[in-house]
Design a protein around this ligand. Structure first.
Ligand SMILES: *[C@@H]1O[C@H](CO)[C@@H](O)[C@H](O)[C@H]1NC(C)=O
Ligand SMILES: *[C@@H]1O[C@H](CO)[C@@H](O)[C@H](O)[C@H]1NC(C)=O
Length: 344
């Protein structure tokens, strides 16, 4: 299963993915290609037809109920809270997971059916209270909008947590940031802002789970050049998305993208928490992801690097993949060993 370091594993043929996963990935790839216009805008009307959304549901379904919280209506900032309907047998408080969905900073939402299902699964299986952040999207809202939104959700939880019996089910001193793809990138930047901000009442970041994060740079890495047949991610797509997200005039060596690249001069903040970094062998972004883990290590941070040899980008969204099941166990172990009061 997972190894902490290995040379690049490139599967000779397409990894074994279920037909449902293949079809879902093909549809998502085609839909995003159609929605990304040449003039740099996104066809939101087309996406709203293709992105299947589900409302919050106060009636427990698959052991979890959901409630939406508005943080700032003026910019459409809200999060969906996933609450396990059966509390743990030993009545220990649940960790708080603040989740950031993927979608290249430009697509999907906290209400997208696939991410609603992912968060429901996390809430039930970890178990944890999960807050899935509906951050603003590019190109309408560029860098650093989602980082600011993420930090504001942490502030909201810290300040209003006591007033909501649902949020109060979580132990905010065991808060974990979790995200995949662009959400993984957001996790890193929100963690830095949290550590730099101060003035927190009870919210403490106990760890980060950074799943196949979307990082990049001007350089083309070996995996970007070689894995041209992988689903979802390709160099033309990621270039388009970086242009949509990065500030006008910035190139991909901007520190939002190339986090430990030429424009990074700062050390990481003192309180930057331990991280679990997840890499898939069939993901063109894997070289950037390994460099990220290496960069954290060089800065003295604790890193658990987990690699799945044949996994494509977004593999864990599909619960029937073998690696998806193994990943969930690994994440559970990481959270339990870093939660407040664990004898880690
Ligand atoms: C981009 O193209 C779309 C569709 O052709 C058009 O509606 C939109 O106004 C254009 N936007 C800009 C900024 O050029
Ligand atoms: C980052 O560094 C590169 C190369 O040193 C430079 O070309 C680029 O303009 C810089 N970008 C920013 C945002 O500072």
């Amino acid at each position: 299963m997972a190894s902490s370091s290995s040379s690049s594993v490139v599967p000779a043929k397409a990894p074994s993915m279920s037909w449902t996963a293949r079809i879902a990935m093909a549809i998502l790839t085609a839909a995003t290609d159609l929605a990304c216009r040449r003039n740099g805008t996104v066809n939101r009307r087309l996406l709203s037809v293709l992105d299947d959304s589900v409302p919050a549901n106060p009636t427990p379904s698959r052991g979890v109920r959901t409630v939406d919280f508005t943080v700032d209506a003026s910019r459409g900032l809200w999060f969906r809270l996933f609450i396990p309907s059966t509390p743990p047998a030993d009545s220990s408080p649940l960790p708080m997971v603040v989740f950031f969905h993927g979608g290249g900073f430009a697509f999907l939402s906290a209400a997208s059916r696939a991410y609603d299902a992912v968060c429901r699964r996390f809430a039930r299986k970890l178990p944890a209270v999960v807050a899935s952040v509906n951050y603003r999207l590019a190109p309408e809202h560029k860098c650093p909008a989602p980082y600011a939104d993420g930090l504001d959700v942490l502030r909201f939880l810290d300040e209003n947590g006591g007033g909501s019996p649902d949020i109060a089910l979580a132990d905010l001193s065991s808060t974990f940031l979790v995200g995949d793809s662009a959400g993984g990138n957001i996790v890193h930047h929100v963690a830095r802002r949290w550590a730099g901000a101060g003035g927190w009442k009870s919210l403490k970041l106990a760890g980060l789970v950074v799943i196949q994060p979307y990082f990049g740079g001007e350089e083309r890495t070996e995996s970007e050049l070689r894995l041209t047949k992988a689903p979802l991610v390709s160099v033309p797509r990621t270039d388009w998305l970086w242009r949509a997200f990065l500030p006008e005039g910035a190139d991909r060596d901007h520190e939002a993208c190339n986090v430990f690249g030429p424009n990074d001069t700062k050390e990481l903040e003192e309180g930057y928490p331990p991280a679990m970094v997840v890499v898939g062998g069939w993901d063109p972004l894997k070289d950037w992801q390994r460099r990220y883990a290496e960069g954290l290590r060089r800065r003295g941070k604790e890193v658990r690097l987990v690699e799945y040899g044949e996994a494509p980008h977004a593999f864990y969204v599909f619960p029937d993949s073998k690696e998806g099941g193994i990943f969930l166990e690994e994440m559970k172990d990481f959270i339990h060993s870093h939660a407040h009061g664990s004898n880690h």
